[in-house]
Design a protein around this ligand. Structure first.
Ligand code: GLA
Length: 378
């Protein structure tokens, strides 16, 4: 359905049929927040909402892309990407830059882009558009699709072209997700385990209606604080720290650094334990780990907001909820909630109503499923 209407749009814009449709899914992170760039553990999943690009190759080195969401056209040459540094076209150009920088010879294409992911809600619309673009570039240029390699390339694009120092989680989830499974990633060596999601559980994303600007927010500051804490502790990253080490060095770490490190250390532990509980089907314990993660992000890492705190607290109190926490970089965006499948719609409705009464803000809910990673339809 989704791809048929996109193919129709392609025909309207370019006057011919596309040769394929690439899909880059968004992601939800169940637990493991602000741990990826500390070489720690994360437990995200790719979801059924995605960015799709209908495309066909060109005989030259130009990219012509039409965004249906922004109603904008972008056109650039792969030989000269330097001017394409902002807005959605920068995501396409950044992927091209990262691939070319690794010596890949690229072919141009034309395409229409459509996203099902609300921007800024914490579902990683940027990783999704970049993964979809990577699939297009790979398809038109005859490049073998290696999901983990592409995730690393897309991370470089985001870090060095777009200028956000994000970790690898979003791209790896979008590239390597599997239907019905969450993905436990060890961000030290990128090794992955697929953990089955119990059929009785539903993942509800509650969008607070507040927006963050990742590149403008405190995200890069938090990352720098984590690196500073690791330097003081004399270790390559906070992955190598234990709570015992941290307590011993308490006097050496200035106030915020101690809390930042404590969040990362405890979040890594919680993520590993939560993955084991998910595997065992113990959703109650899994939910408790999510609640504890929220408290740690709020108090120690200090990336939550009053809106996210309200939404998480309201969700946590709902009878159909196993656990809830803010998700993603923070400073706005969404809360992720693990709920009983049968009660998930009711939970979404009731929690959002209470949230509106409390804050005057209109939220939004998405019940999402674990889906396969980036794919290609030809
Ligand atoms: C953003 C980044 C990720 C990760 C999260 C926090 O989503 O893109 O790499 O660091 O924040 O866990």
């Amino acid at each position: 359905m989704q791809t048929e209407s996109l193919q129709r749009s392609f025909r309207q814009v370019f006057g011919a049929a596309p040769s394929g449709v690439a899909r880059g899914p968004g992601r939800v992170n169940l637990i493991g927040e602000h741990t990826d760039y500390n070489q720690g553990f994360v437990l995200p999943m790719a979801i059924d909402l995605a960015v799709h690009i209908a495309f066909r190759p060109r005989g030259d080195s130009r990219v012509r892309a039409q965004s249906l969401d922004f109603d904008q056209r972008s056109e650039f040459d792969l030989q000269d990407l330097s001017s394409v540094r902002s807005g959605w076209p920068a995501y396409l150009a950044g992927v091209a830059w990262a691939l070319q920088d690794e010596g890949v010879v690229l072919t141009g294409w034309e395409g229409v882009v459509r996203s099902q992911l609300p921007v800024g809600s914490g579902l990683s619309s940027s990783a999704a558009v970049q993964m979809a673009a990577a699939r297009v570039f790979a398809a038109v240029s005859g490049l073998e699709w290696e999901p983990a390699r592409m995730a690393r390339l897309v991370q470089r694009a985001e870090n060095e072209w777009v200028g956000v120092r994000c970790g690898i989680m979003d791209m790896l989830a979008s590239a390597c997700g599997r239907r019905g499974r969450a993905l436990l990633i060890d961000c030290l060596d990128l090794s992955r385990d697929h953990v089955r999601m119990p059929g009785s559980a539903a993942v509800v994303v509650l969008d607070s209606g507040t927006r963050r600007e990742l590149s403008l927010s405190g995200y890069n500051d938090r990352r720098a604080e984590c690196e500073a804490a690791a330097r003081v502790l004399g270790i390559p990253s906070l992955r190598y720290a234990s709570l015992a080490d941290l307590h011993l060095r308490r006097d050496d770490l200035a106030a915020p650094l101690y809390q930042r490190a404590r969040h990362v250390i405890t979040e890594n532990q919680r993520t590993l334990e939560a993955a084991a509980w998910l595997q065992a089907g113990d959703l109650t314990r899994f939910g408790q780990a999510m609640n504890a993660s929220h408290a740690s992000l709020r108090d120690d890492f200090q990336v939550s907001t009053p809106e996210l705190d309200s939404l998480a607290a309201l969700a946590q109190r709902h009878p159909a909820c196993h656990g809830a926490r803010m998700m993603g970089g923070g400073f706005g965006g969404s809360v992720v909630c693990l709920a009983e499948r049968g009660g998930s719609r009711k939970l979404a409705r009731e929690v959002l109503e209470a949230y509106q009464q409390l804050t005057g803000r209109e939220g939004n809910a998405i019940v999402s499923r674990a889906a396969d990673g980036a794919s290609l339809y030809v």
